[in-house]
Design a protein around this ligand. Sequence first.
Ligand code: C5P
Length: 305
Amino acid sequence: MTPVTVRVPAKVNLQLGVGPLRDDGYHDLVNVFHAVSLFDEVTALPADEPVVTVEAAPDAQVAIEDVPVDGDNLALRAARLLAERLGVEPNVELRIRKAIPVAGGMAGGSADAAGALLACARLWKADRILPALPELAAEIGSDVPFALLGDTAIGLGRGERLTPVETSGTFHWVFATADGGLSTPAVYGECDRLREAQGEDVPWPRPSEALMKALAAGDAHALGAALTNDLQPAAVMLRPSLRRTLDTGRELGAIGALVSGSGPTTAFLAASPEHAADLAAALGQTGVARQVVRADGPVPGATVV
Ligand code: C5P
């Protein structure tokens, strides 16, 4: 059996509309996912027992020490779930090469799980299971199905019920990563707490028409103006330094700025590749970020390389 390597993109949420807390502990979402050219690689090789190793991609300052390598590892959980479904032993070595920030709000763990599903399906020569991967992905986490699909898509329910969104052209992004992650459940919990303190009914989120129009037209300025994230106040409350990072990016000329998903990575939209390079350089000099990374979107989802 030859090793299989899969490349999987990070995501940024262009709209993250968070509805009321459900009885199952999740929130109904209007979640517009956008895959960007910052990739983790997952290689699956035959092994005597399930094992996972993690390394940082060249030049990526990712906190790999924060990635579990035991049964909690999402990629390993994905491999086990797939093996169970196929009736085979989950004897695979997963080598993860990370460029996506850990616990950064860019779905790095979900990307690794999606990569493991595709890599193991190929390693185990189980192409018949490929149509079922999105459903298996949703069992592992709300953001995993999108990591398989890629491009731009709107996710309803927990975010796992996906419909592709029409886009034109390429959007140019600058991401500022932060030291230390934020726990996704903690950020959702803080969002609920802030809303309860305000005492207002939580409106049902609706897809933003302005956002859909901007994406279809490939209009970066309109996209920048339409970016929204209902988790942002909670992420900023838990990590007050994000306010300054966002302000700095805007002052340096970003045409859109927001916290990526549950944070703490912040995303800045630029008007052109040159603008993105300038913005990245300027942001890097301010010292507000752990690392400043350029990426473009949309890009395809999990792909065998
Ligand atoms: O699905 P996943 O395991 O990635 O979700 C992580 C956590 O994020 C959940 O346990 C929940 O606290 C929160 N979440 C949520 N509503 C969603 C998706 C995630 O509250 N739609």
